[in-house]
Ligand binder design. Structure first.
Ligand code: ADP
Length: 194
């Protein structure tokens, strides 16, 4: 299956993705991770991305898209994948659809992890990461609300969106995620991959 997990920064996407890749037994494609690895390795993509990331801005679509395209074309992704942190803008979503269509592939479903803003801020204050200082974090929330939230509408119109309550403990939330994914699997007309 080819699934997208969408959620604002601090929603617990990382934890749920880990469980979901194990459950689905597909590769985990996290653009945040790919970008951080590219920065560590000093690749041209990493060099292009570094400044944007450090300031809480999105990396340009072209940079991210080149990375994802390469990854989606590797043989292990033929059975499906979990997309985490991508697509993050409407153009990225449209480009992903085109890219998959040309390869007779499709997105089977999109899970939105919904968490209220006040809770995201509370969680951010309780953890520590380089791009997690309050100012950068607010920018990441703003870019989610302005640039990523419109995707929910895009996928909802395609009948592919399942919104999951992201409050509660991780097991409980994963139960909801799994239920959503099981429904995608039963949907008529879904792509041929598992
Ligand atoms: P989070 O989901 O907590 O925001 P990620 O690890 O997914 O964290 O992303 C970290 C940063 O990497 C983002 O704030 C952004 O700068 C960059 N990034 C990741 N994925 C994308 C993408 N699809 N498009 C543009 N920028 C991205």
């Amino acid at each position: 299956m080819r699934i997208i997990l969408i959620g604002p920064p601090g929603a617990g996407k990382g934890t749920q993705c880990q469980r979901l890749v194990e459950y689905l037994d597909v590769p985990h494609l996290s653009t945040g991770e790919m970008l951080r690895a590219a920065i560590r390795a000093g690749t041209p993509e990493g060099v292009a991305a570094k400044d944007f990331m450090e300031h809480g801005h999105l990396v340009p679509d072209t940079v991210v898209l080149a990375m994802v395209t390469k990854r989606l074309e590797s043989p292990d992704c033929r059975i499906g994948c979990l997309l985490d942190g991508f697509p993050r803008t409407l153009p990225q979503a449209e480009m992903l659809d085109e890219l998959l269509e040309r390869r007779a592939m499709t997105v089977d479903g999109v899970v939105e992890l919904a968490v209220p803003r006040e809770e995201l801020i509370r969680r951010m204050l309780a953890r520590k990461r380089a791009d997690d200082n309050p100012e950068v974090f607010s920018k990441r929330i703003a870019s989610f609300e302005n640039q990523t939230a419109p995707l929910l509408d895009y996928y909802s119109r395609q009948g592919k969106l399942a919104t999951v309550d992201g409050l509660g403990d991780a097991d409980e939330i994963f139960g909801r995620v799994r239920t959503a994914v099981e429904k995608f699997a039963k949907r008529p007309g879904r792509g041929g991959s598992r």
